[in-house]
Design a protein around this ligand. Structure first.
Ligand code: 0X9
Ligand code: ZN
Length: 426
């Protein structure tokens, strides 16, 4: 979960702040280091303490990774740069607020999570380089999609729906059972809207594999077609691998600022520019100069619109927080058929056995944030629209170790039975 509190005004990521971490200078620079950065967890006991913490985080330009709702005594998680740790400690002690260091050295955690990366060498036996025991570069993911399309031409169609800002292809796979020519109701799933949420493309590719390559799952294709876009923001995703592990946005360039990127999940065209968005291009929740400025959000929305009569369920994968979020997200407002959406989401998360998920209205459970893809999908008439915030609940956050990929995916996949069964009736 990403909070908006600090981000609206002060949210240039530390990554972009040369005084905080090794400076970002361009595509070929060495990766930005988070050496010495820590993640602190603070449990606020009163509104007074919350206000003190808000002031301190603003004063020291501390990024808030996760912020609990006001009515819950959950922890606030802060990314704390080395140069402010001493002063922050003094301030918190003075205010009688205790904290726990959850991650002692962020760079070590990043290194541990990236050390076993697949090096993109094709496994000649498998015909591709994918597995779900490590996080993969885009070349592996796209290589896998091509492999599937050529190996299973009767089940997989690889659709190039456009090009990213940095000219990478944007791919959607359609997975179908060609036994009948009738247009079936369809489920859309996307991953990787936010670059640093690596578990999301990992799960999206896992779902693709299960649907295409595991015969036991064939029934899921009988009555439903699937459109899956595993990496909606490929430029950002690659940037998290090469340069800044905690990058969130796209990588578009604005002529008037050195800060790059738009938050794709504030750039969709429903209630664009409302609560929880920023006009500051350095902010993590920068909305762009208008809706759909980003080639990634524009291409995706155009494609979904072209299939809108068949897509009945929209599912977007994010991390972290273990929650199923239901529109509207732009404010605490409930669609008239909210209870239908809630019932289905509850039935889906009831399938999880390892991880416990919260289910509820997005703005109420997290925070109001306008311009999200889920709200936009709902607004064009896709009845069931959800954001799933995957694991974990904060131990590693965005840096979820690769050893968790399979457990998260295996736990999640059975929920698709519930979605497919519902969509088949629509
Ligand atoms: O803030 C977001 O974009 C999502 N959380 S994340 O930590 N993955 O960034 C939540 C989006 C929920 N949907 C809407 N607010 N529309
Ligand atoms: Zn996200």
């Amino acid at each position: 979960m990403l909070t908006l509190l600090v981000l609206l005004v002060f949210s240039s990521v530390f990554a972009a702040d040369p005084s905080a971490a090794t400076e970002e200078v361009g595509i070929d620079e060495k990766a930005l280091s988070y050496s010495g950065f820590q993640v602190w967890s603070i449990t606020i006991l009163s509104n007074g303490e919350r206000e003190i913490l808000r002031k301190i985080t603003e004063q020291y330009n501390v990024e808030v990774w996760k912020e609990p709702k006001t009515d819950k005594a959950a922890a606030t998680e802060l990314l704390v740069a080395p140069q402010v740790q001493k002063e922050l400690k003094v301030k918190l002690t003075q205010a009688n607020i205790s904290y726990v260091i959850k991650i002692n050295d962020l760079q070590t955690t990043i290194d541990n999570g990236t050390a076993k990366h697949n090096t993109s060498s094709i496994n000649t036996k498998a015909g591709h380089s994918m597995d779900w025991t490590s996080y993969h570069r885009l070349v592996d993911i796209y290589g896998y999609l091509s492999y599937l399309a050529s190996t299973y031409p009767g089940r997989v169609e690889l659709i190039n729906i456009g090009t990213s800002y940095e000219k990478r292809p944007l791919y959607v796979v359609r997975i179908f059972n060609c036994s009948s020519s009738v247009v079936k109701p369809a489920i859309w799933i996307d991953g990787g809207i936010h670059a640093r949420e690596w578990i999301s493309p990992a799960l999206a590719t896992y779902i693709i594999r299960q649907l295409v390559e595991v015969p036991a799952n064939e029934a899921l294709l009988t009555n439903v077609d699937w459109y899956i876009m595993p990496v909606m923001n490929p430029d950002g995703y690659e940037y998290t691998h090469t340069s800044n592990r905690l990058w969130r946005k796209t990588r578009s360039v604005m002529s008037w600022t050195s800060c790059r990127g738009v938050d794709p999940n504030r750039n969709f065209g429903y209630k664009w520019g409302g609560l929880g968005t920023s006009t500051n291009p350095c902010s993590e929740v920068y909305k762009g100069t208008s809706a759909f400025t980003e080639p990634e959000t524009l291409a995706t929305s155009n494609f979904i619109k072209s299939k809108a009569s068949s897509i009945k369920l929209y599912l977007t994968l994010h991390s972290y927080g273990q929650s199923a979020l239901i529109p509207w997200g732009y404010d605490v407002v409930y669609p008239s058929d909210y209870s239908d959406m809630l019932t289905l989401a509850k039935a889906a998360v009831a399938k999880f056995s390892k991880y416990r998920y919260s289910v509820g209205n997005s703005a109420a459970l997290y925070y109001p944030a306008a311009g999200g893809s889920d709200d936009w999908a709902k607004s064009i008439g896709i009845k069931y629209s959800y954001t799933f915030e995957l694991s974990d609940t904060g131990a590693y956050g965005f840096l979820l170790p690769a050893s968790n990929i399979l457990p998260v995916c295996q736990d999640f996949f059975p929920a698709l039975d519930v979605f497919a069964a519902k969509v088949a009736t629509l």
